[in-house]
Design a protein around this ligand. Sequence first.
Ligand SMILES: Cc1cc2nc3c(=O)[nH]c(=O)nc-3n(C[C@H](O)[C@H](O)[C@H](O)COP(=O)(O)OP(=O)(O)OC[C@H]3O[C@@H](n4cnc5c(N)ncnc54)[C@H](O)[C@@H]3O)c2cc1C
Length: 231
Amino acid sequence: MEPTVKLINYTKEPERVIAAAARLCYSERSGEDLFENLSDEEVKKLVKNILNLGHYSVLEHVSFTFSISGISRVTTHQLVRHRVGCSYSQRSQRYIKEDNFDYIIPPSIQERPELLEKYNETMENLNNLYEEFAQVVPKEDARYLLPQAIESKIMVTYSLRALLHFIKLRTCRRAQWEIQTLAWKMLKEAKQVAPLLLENVGPACLNGNCPEGKLSCGRPYTKEDIDSLII
Ligand SMILES: Cc1cc2nc3c(=O)[nH]c(=O)nc-3n(C[C@H](O)[C@H](O)[C@H](O)COP(=O)(O)OP(=O)(O)OC[C@H]3O[C@@H](n4cnc5c(N)ncnc54)[C@H](O)[C@@H]3O)c2cc1C
């Protein structure tokens, strides 16, 4: 099962909003005037300047809302560790019964038939036990039997600043495979509506700065890699 990521809402004209906010700091004109009257060329120039200078606070005026499904609780747990400029709503295991749950199979297990069989059997056993327990104890208690592999659904809203931070950390090859896939898909969705803002976005190594030190994978991404992953 692959994660499904759908951008369901975002700030209208995100590049123009950011350009107006950036220009406002150094102008006597109102934000409204700037938003309505900056030329497309000025917007482009201002956005490029902001990104180059790292004046990221103006990026907080823009946000993106993603609907995500087909991911494990392993990954939603990693996702919700991102706290700043991030909002979450996740399907509840207290109120929704998880009988016949779907689950995620890591590729390393998928490709080993002898392990895959045991894995699937365990999931079936857990499902049976869960259903048995849920008949006599509250769902909130029966859920202690559920695996981390269980499929979940979550809605996420990130400010652009938070999204850039998330993408930088989670598209890194050292992040776990599932959250990496998710991060690339979120970038792809957002890039369709804000191409200029997300032009050179990716892991830290894309700009030659691997922060992983001795743990570095030694395989820095290039712009061509990013284009092939996103298109
Ligand atoms: C490859 C990888 C491996 C990881 N391994 C582990 C692990 O083994 N164990 C583990 O627990 N986590 C692990 N994490 C999660 C990681 O520690 C962070 O919790 C997660 O990536 C969220 O990052 P963040 O705190 O920068 O983001 P956010 O929570 O969104 O914060 C954004 C930024 O705001 C600032 N900030 C936020 N809160 C504070 C604060 N209280 N005080 C001061 N500044 C603040 C920081 O500059 C921070 O970078 C891993 C992450 C990655 C990418």
